[in-house]
Design a protein around this ligand. Structure first.
Ligand code: XIL
Length: 388
């Protein structure tokens, strides 16, 4: 019989071969399931806890798996809270650490919800990451009424200092700056024409990282962005601009530890060499890579047949992870929520969902908390591409 390491090194094989190889240990049950077939029925999600979970399979292969969380849901839905604790090794609040949620006024910091999630993550032996200290889409109305650029700069520094100190020694990583590159804005370096850029100037990014480091010396400081995952020319250009920016930061001695690849994918799109090269370039810079917001939008898939749609979504996961995971720089994989019930992709009125009568199924568990093909695609990908 093959050893586990030999078995995995040779690829996943067939489910039959795998079942024989896994023997009676039960440790790797389901590891090598072929993700192109429909998943077996499980009586409840608890059947996939423990050694069968995404969390355990990721860990065995040197990765940490986790999810974004809409915090009120953890309080309201006990089943979902238990699914999170079974499947995730790390959590990130979807919205509650963004400025608009955290800073209802100039004086107030609404730490209650993220503190609740931190306690939940501690009770369940999970890590937590912070998202985000600076994002063009989350700028509270009150700060936009301030005329003095010096005052805005002071508020920016005070915000990052207060928030990072509040969680000093507690977070695994912070998305210090989110989505600062937008080539269409035609600014030097491809910087986005955001509120922060316009009021603080181009050095706001360096300032954010220096301030975060001074407030929490041990947390991993991350630059996070999207639109860099595919093989198109646009994605290639954005990758180039981010790498240029990060090289400049490193040359100037700006503290940065990791780059986040958001990984909001589109069903059926090609993912491969582009993201693999990007991750290797980041690796060469000595930085870690986090896949921070993985999901697959299949709103434009023509068929309404759920098994067919799920197969396309799962293949998109597999193709992307096949390109990304072999690189040792990749340390974290987080999906942007865990259940289709709470995905942001089902918010109507956004260009991400144009079909009022068809919900998307982008995540490892469906709206009834049953595993989808994505669950198996993720788990198989962990098993195939990295060994501790
Ligand atoms: C999204 C949240 O999921 C939504 O609930 C909110 O309305 C808008 O923001 N990239 C990011 C995340 O970095 O912060 C975004 O989260 C999704 C895209």
């Amino acid at each position: 019989m093959l050893s586990r390491r030999e078995f995995i090194a040779r690829g996943t094989g067939t489910a039959f071969t795998f079942a024989a190889a896994a023997g009676s240990t039960g440790l790797l049950a389901g590891c090598a399931k072929n993700s192109s077939t429909h998943p077996p029925t499980v009586a409840s999600f608890h059947d996939l806890a423990g050694s069968r979970s995404l969390r355990a399979h990721a860990r065995r292969h040197g990765l940490i798996y986790g999810s974004a969380v809409v915090i009120p849901v953890v309080k309201e839905n006990a089943d979902f809270a238990s699914l999170l604790s079974e499947q995730c090794g790390i959590l990130v609040p979807s919205n509650e650490l963004k400025w608009v949620a955290l800073r209802p006024s100039r004086e107030a910091f609404n730490f209650g919800p993220p503190d609740f999630l931190y306690d939940f993550s501690q009770r369940n032996h999970m890590l937590m990451r912070g998202h985000t200290l600076c994002w063009h889409q989350s700028v509270p109305a009150w700060i936009k009424t301030i005329d003095s650029k010096d005052e805005i700069r002071q508020i920016f520094v005070d915000h990052i200092t207060t928030v990072c100190k509040h969680y000093a020694g507690k977070m695994q990583s912070w998305d210090v700056v989110n989505e600062a590159i937008e080539p269409d804005d035609k600014l030097p370096g491809g910087l986005r024409k955001s509120f922060w850029y316009e009021n603080l100037g181009p050095d706001y990014i360096d300032l954010a990282f220096h301030t975060a480091r001074a407030a929490d010396p041990s947390v991993k400081l991350t630059y996070n962005d999207y639109g860099i995952e595919g093989d198109s020319d646009n994605d290639a250009e954005k990758r180039r601009l981010i790498l240029e920016m990060v090289k400049g930061m490193k040359n100037r001695g700006v503290p940065i530890d990791a780059i986040g690849v958001q990984s909001h994918l589109n069903a059926g799109e090609e993912y491969g060499q582009g993201v693999a090269d990007y991750i290797e370039a980041i690796h060469q810079l000595g930085l870690e890579v986090y896949l921070t917001e993985l999901d697959v939008n299949d709103d434009s898939t023509a068929t309404d047949d759920v098994p067919q749609r799920d197969a396309v979504v799962a293949k998109t996961y597999t193709d992307f992870l096949t390109a990304a995971l072999p690189n040792p720089a990749v340390k974290l994989v987080l999906t942007w929520d865990l259940s289709d019930k709470y995905t942001w992709l089902n918010s109507l009125g956004s260009h991400r969902k144009k079909r009022p009568n068809r919900d998307q199924r982008p995540l490892p568990f469906d709206a009834d908390l049953k595993p989808t093909d994505c669950f198996y695609a993720l788990r198989d990908s962990f098993n195939r591409h990295k060994l501790v």
